[in-house]
Design a protein. Structure first.
Length: 293
């Protein structure tokens, strides 16, 4: 028979370990720990654009832009924008200031580039021409493509919406990449030096709403598309997905790299818990950091 003191010591040890794990989880939730899989959809709609996302550890941030009288205005719908809310004032300059303070990084100690996804709402070529001039001001912090070589820096610019495909593909030197249609990955196998991401609207790929089991046929379909994108070094995102833990979990299990959300805190808490629960899982894991030259 074990001595009461020994039994008590073991119980106290287990309790202590549990408390430490709980405190560690709570600490992670309260700090800006970089989350490689977190994507802030329509970030500018939050009370504090950019900063709310960064405070919650987001490493992928989206901004919609309109070209209006030479300025790149951040807004979701054309009639509802304010001239002072430009891409530069809301995103590029604050990011540059933060990087300067953090020794060249958005998050101290986090060397993977932060993705700024720019969704072009006006004409692709005209808007990109204006964007190129602006990006040149921030060349020192932006990932670049130069004569066949990709150089990773603190921020990677990826273009979505009205995409200037031909302009991007014809350039030998540029500071932007493209978000590809995930469903066309097998047809256009251009490498990640052009396409950094491959995205698709959730409802165009899947019908599962997060209730019950994830249908095997849909899971196999998604995993096949993810595998194809990963083969060419492209990270995967499904936008407008149900904002449910069950959906987020299955997307990650299929290897989807970026979880799209409007609920910054909810996804942050889920990802922290998911990492603790599934960190040693043998399921198909997302690719957190791809470097393709």
């Amino acid at each position: 028979m074990k001595a009461p003191v020994a039994i008590l010591s073991k119980k106290l040890l287990k309790t202590g370990i549990f408390v430490l794990l709980l405190l560690d989880l709570q600490s992670a939730r309260s700090q800006s720990i970089p989350l490689p899989n977190a994507f802030a959809h329509n970030d500018y709609c939050h009370p504090h654009p950019l900063f709310d996302a960064l405070d919650n550890g987001y490493t992928n941030i989206e901004a919609d832009i309109f070209l209006e009288e030479g300025d790149l205005i951040v807004a979701h719908i054309y009639p509802f924008f304010r001239a002072e809310k430009t891409l530069e004032t809301l995103y590029l300059q604050p990011l540059a200031d933060r990087i300067a303070k953090n020794n060249g990084q958005v998050y101290k100690g986090y060397t993977t580039p932060i993705v700024l996804l720019i969704d072009i709402k006006t004409g692709a070529n005209n808007t990109y021409s204006a964007l190129k001039l602006l990006l040149e001001k921030y060349r020192s912090i932006l990932s670049s493509y130069d004569n066949g070589k990709v150089t990773q820096r603190a921020i990677t610019i990826v273009l979505s919406g009205h995409k200037p495909y031909q302009m991007i593909k014809s350039e030998t030197n540029r500071l932007a990449f493209i978000d590809e249609d995930l469903r066309k990955t097998a047809m256009d196998t251009t490498a990640a030096n052009v396409y950094k991401l491959a995205s698709c609207k959730y409802s165009k790929m899947l019908s599962w709403n997060g209730n019950g089991d994830f249908p095997v046929s849909e899971k196999n379909k998604l995993c096949a598309y993810v595998s194809m994108a990963h083969k060419f070094g492209k990270k995967v995102r499904l936008w407008a997905s149900p904002e449910k833990n069950s959906v987020w979990q299955e997307l990650l299990k299929c290897g989807v790299d970026l979880i799209n959300t409007d609920k910054l805190v909810d996804l942050k808490n889920f990802l922290i818990t998911y990492k603790s629960s599934y960190g040693n899982s043998t399921v198909m894991l997302p690719i957190n950091n791809i470097e393709v030259n």
